[in-house]
Design a protein around this ligand. Structure first.
Ligand SMILES: *[C@@H]1O[C@H](CO)[C@@H](O)[C@H](O)[C@H]1NC(C)=O
Length: 219
């Protein structure tokens, strides 16, 4: 589909602190306290010439940025509220746009994973099951968060002046402050593991980092 039926297999040999998976000591006499991470057996299975990869990357980074910017602008200017007649309607409209963009992003992520090379290292049953477990737990976090917050709470109602009676402290907000973001990240990661996709794992990390950036701006 991508028109580039090859992937990069880059051989890397990097000096690294002892945090990696494949750690190998250099021969005696050379740089004793330096540990070399041998990545030469860990091929990079990411096709950087594939446009689907970059489109997915862009939408994953764009979404949290978009709803932060719109919500902040709404808080200052009340554009949607004035245009649609009430803060509730404005928030419902934004909610529908956010859900729509989310569906588009997830769809483009799946297309990217399908067009990217598979990583043979991930073709293991336990990785498949771990992937399904991530998806299940991720969905569980997203749905329980939505259940606890309600529609307006989920879709940035506070920026429209629609405030909740109390701060939500029950499950899943008693295990993390941002269960919806973590749930969404786990969904990405789970899909990547099920599809044995190194590119997918990388895109999941990008999703997690984008959410963390969004959180610092929301705070
Ligand atoms: C979070 O709340 C749920 C239900 O209210 C409870 O069962 C669970 O033990 C709590 N977890 C933590 C880590 O406090």
């Amino acid at each position: 589909m991508s028109g580039f039926p090859f992937s990069f297999h880059i051989r890397l040999q990097t000096i690294f602190k002892p945090h990696g998976l494949m750690v190998r000591r250099k021969p005696q006499g050379c740089c004793d306290d330096v540990i070399f991470l041998d990545l030469s057996e860990m091929d990079l299975n990411v096709d950087l010439t594939d446009v689907h990869f970059w489109v997915s990357l862009a939408t994953i980074m764009f979404n949290p940025f978009f709803w932060n910017v719109v919500a902040r602008s709404e808080y200052r200017n009340h554009t949607l509220e004035h245009f649609l007649g009430s803060p509730q309607r404005g928030c419902i409209f934004l909610g529908i746009v956010i859900v729509g963009l989310g569906i588009l992003r997830d769809w483009l992520f799946k297309i990217a994973i399908e067009s990217q090379p598979r990583w043979s290292l991930l073709h293991e049953n336990w990785i498949l099951f771990l992937g399904y477990a991530c998806i299940l737990f991720g969905c569980y976090l997203v749905f329980t968060s939505y259940w606890a917050l309600g529609f307006y709470g989920t879709f940035l109602g506070d920026y429209f002046g629609i405030l909740m009676d109390d701060k939500v402290t029950g499950f899943p907000f008693n295990i993390t402050d941002n269960p919806m973001y973590w749930g969404s990240t786990l969904n990405f990661l789970g899909t990547a593991l099920v599809k044995a996709s190194q590119s997918g794992i990388f895109l999941s990390l990008v999703a997690g980092v984008s959410y963390q950036i969004a959180i610092t701006f929301e705070g």
